[in-house]
Design a protein around this ligand. Structure first.
Ligand code: SF4
Length: 656
């Protein structure tokens, strides 16, 4: 009987009948105690099934709680051909693998053939690991015990994925020198090619029905597809992009070019190491290395004072131009010297290619001539970065990604602005065949109130922080802590943290005090905790239950026009006769606000208050666009109404 049922369900999935799966008495209900049927989930699954079967492009906003992950996974595993699923982050990949896919397999009663792929940098490169062991040197001696842990793990691992090593910090320096990367990999010429972790990962993906990647790997792959290094994701024509609202930012990051003082240093260290490992005398190469280092130091020192500066053709002073020219020449000298070595290993030949790529990219950024890019200098820590970032990624996404797809699905809980997808379609250059807007099944009118105080000072005014801090203290008293307070800047976060520290009798957790996962664990396990954080906590953070009963946002999250990429996009829209504020800045902020406020209600039993301390939301005409895009929580302006929401018995006090 069980076997017959399983066959029926697998067939149902293969032939496209999500109702047999998601229905009240369906397979999912039997696999998941407490299952609640959600019509929107089934509608979404049917739409995905249709587009995967017939081809086309589906855009779907599926509000929080729709159950969109299972809704797209079910048709994907029943398709009978390779489907790539891309999520926003590695954490979401992990969630798919440890939660949603096992549940789907359980409900279907069969194993699913799934492969996970992360960016190459997550995997140990056998060749570089060996050469580092023979000839590498540590930048930080306190990392030696961590390296010993890697040495203990390397012979045992089946995947080479660094996430298997407990307590290896993301920031550990030596990992860069032993991990795989497209620019260091020598591909089939590598003596370790067959047992290589990246080769094996790719092999597993070639054999899988479902390949789970993240947007970073997806875009990194698209960016290298045009170069000689090749892509790692196996060929695909069917793609499901979850958290699709992140795609433009990630593509912008990977389709751009950056040259930094770190990149030159890394190249020099790698060359030195390979010479040492190969016991090569190579005096010419060593002398070129010294000059490259010296010239790089001089050039980046000249540039280090220009943080945030936008570059245009002819931007360099004659002194900077002289230094730049010298470095370009020396990179070419290094390349030639390496290639002149009579018996050089493949790894050194690859490094000569890296020197050439670095020279070409440096020349491209310094010239600042391509009007499709915005060029600027950025300093971070001790590094100086020269960046060329594409202003508009739609044409390249179209050419590199969407044109090659037979079927695609772009989904997220926050994709729509003003009740439609015009903004997204323009930014990503999409021509969908079907669009779907699925509201959250949660009853926001019952589960939440949206508090927007009237008469707050303008967020730019000097008195804003003082007033915001006072509002936060009063709100936290009503909610007994249990809140996220999300800021649009570190400056506001720190200023408010200082002011409320002695006023709030609950544990305060502040971004920067510990890594993000540690802070989130502490928040979940500390009664009445309050977390103060900025942009990275606005999305991808999930706290179910009354531990999170309040989300406060200091101001509408407009991207700073001081950011060179934002400024260039504004200029571009204006020069084309558009309205940058209405067509770009407001939609970006609406999506961000939807994400931030979306942290609060994660289940049908969650209740709480959303607070936005920015009166522009109700005073400005554009505020209506924000309000219309938010879930339907009751809008209140009086703190007493928040009090009543948390304590209905208080009604009499308020109204008397
Ligand atoms: S094939 Fe590339 S990534 Fe793999 S071990 Fe060799 S060099 Fe490293």
């Amino acid at each position: 009987m069980l076997i017959r049922d399983n066959i029926a369900v697998v067939m149902a999935a293969r032939t496209g009948a999500p109702d047999a799966f998601f229905g009240r008495d369906g397979r999912l209900a039997r696999a998941l105690p407490g299952y609640e049927e959600r019509p929107a989930q089934q509608r979404f699954a049917e739409a995905v099934e249709r587009v995967l079967r017939d081809g086309g492009l589906l855009l779907a906003e599926a509000g929080t709680g729709t159950g969109k992950t299972l809704a797209y996974l079910l048709p994907a595993v029943g398709l009978g051909r390779r489907v790539v699923v891309s999520t926003g982050t590695k954490n979401l990949q992990e969630q798919l693998l440890t939660k949603d896919i096992p549940l789907l397999a359980r409900a279907l009663g069969r194993d699913l053939n799934v492969a996970v792929m992360k960016g190459r940098g997550n995997y140990l490169c056998r060749l570089r690991f060996r050469s580092f062991g023979e000839a590498g040197s540590f930048r930080r001696l306190d990392e030696i015990p961590l390296f010993r842990a890697v040495e203990g793990w390397a012979p045992r691992t089946e995947t080479g994925d660094r996430s298997e090593i407990a307590d290896l910090p993301d920031t550990v320096d030596f990992w860069r020198e032993i991990s795989a990367s497209s620019e260091n990999c020598i591909g089939q010429g590598c003596p370790e090619f067959d047992p290589c972790w990246v080769t094996r990962m790719r092999q597993r993906a070639l054999e899988a029905d479902l390949v789970v990647v993240n947007h970073h790997l997806l875009c990194a792959d698209l960016a290298v597809r045009e170069s000689s290094y090749g892509a790692v994701i196996p060929p695909y024509d069917t793609l499901i992009l979850d958290e699709a609202h992140l795609l433009e930012d990630v593509a912008t990051q990977y389709f751009g070019v950056h040259v930094s003082s770190h990149r030159v240093d890394d190249l020099a260290r790698d060359v030195e190491r390979e010479l040492k490992a190969g016991r090569l005398d190579a005096r010419d190469v060593r002398s070129e290395l010294e000059t490259v280092r010296h010239r790089s130091e001089r050039l980046f020192k000249v540039l280090s004072t220009g943080h945030g500066r936008r570059l245009a053709p002819g931007w360099m002073s004659s002194h900077a131009a002289e230094e730049a020219q010298a470095l370009l020449l020396r990179l070419e000298g290094l390349r030639t010297a390496i290639l002149a070595l009579p018996e050089r290993p493949e790894t050194l030949t690859a490094l000569s290619g890296r020197a050439q790529a670095l020279r070409e990219e440096l020349a491209f950024v310094l010239a600042a001539e391509d009007d499709g890019h915005v060029y600027f200098v950025e300093t971070r820590g001790r590094g100086v970065f020269l960046r060329a970032t594409p202003i508009d990624v739609s044409a390249r996404l179209q050419e590199l990604l969407f044109e090659g797809l037979r079927a695609g699905v772009l989904t997220s809980a926050t994709l729509a602005v003003d009740g439609g997808f015009t903004y997204l379609k323009e930014r990503l250059g999409l021509r969908p065949t079907e669009e779907l807007l699925l509201a959250s099944p949660f009853d926001y009118a019952e589960q939440a109130v949206l508090y927007v105080p009237r008469g707050m000072p303008d967020p730019m005014s000097p008195s804003f922080v003082e007033r915001a801090a006072a509002e936060i203290v009063r709100l936290l008293a009503l909610t007994r802590g249990r809140a996220f307070v999300l800021f649009t800047s570190y400056a506001n976060m720190n200023a408010v943290a200082q002011r409320i520290a002695g006023e709030v009798p609950y544990p305060l957790l502040i971004q920067g005090e510990a890594p993000k996962p540690v802070l989130l664990d502490a928040f979940r396990s500390t009664p009445n905790a309050v977390l103060l954080a900025t942009a990275s906590f606005w999305q991808g953070v999930d706290v179910v239950g009354e531990q999170l009963s309040c989300v406060i946002i200091d101001k509408l999250p407009f991207a700073s026009p001081g950011d060179p990429v934002v400024a260039a996009r504004i200029d571009r829209l204006r020069s084309r006769g558009g309205n940058p504020f209405g067509d770009y800045q407001v939609p970006v902020a609406i999506l961000m606000l939807k994400q931030g406020l979306g942290r609060l209600i994660r289940a049908s039993t969650d209740r709480g208050v959303l607070a936005v301390l920015d009166s522009r939301l109700v005073q400005k005409a554009y505020g209506r666009r924000f309000l219309a895009s938010l879930p339907g929580a009751r809008l209140v302006h009086d703190m007493d109404e928040v009090r009543v929401f948390f304590n209905p018995e208080a009604t009499a006090t308020v109204t008397s």
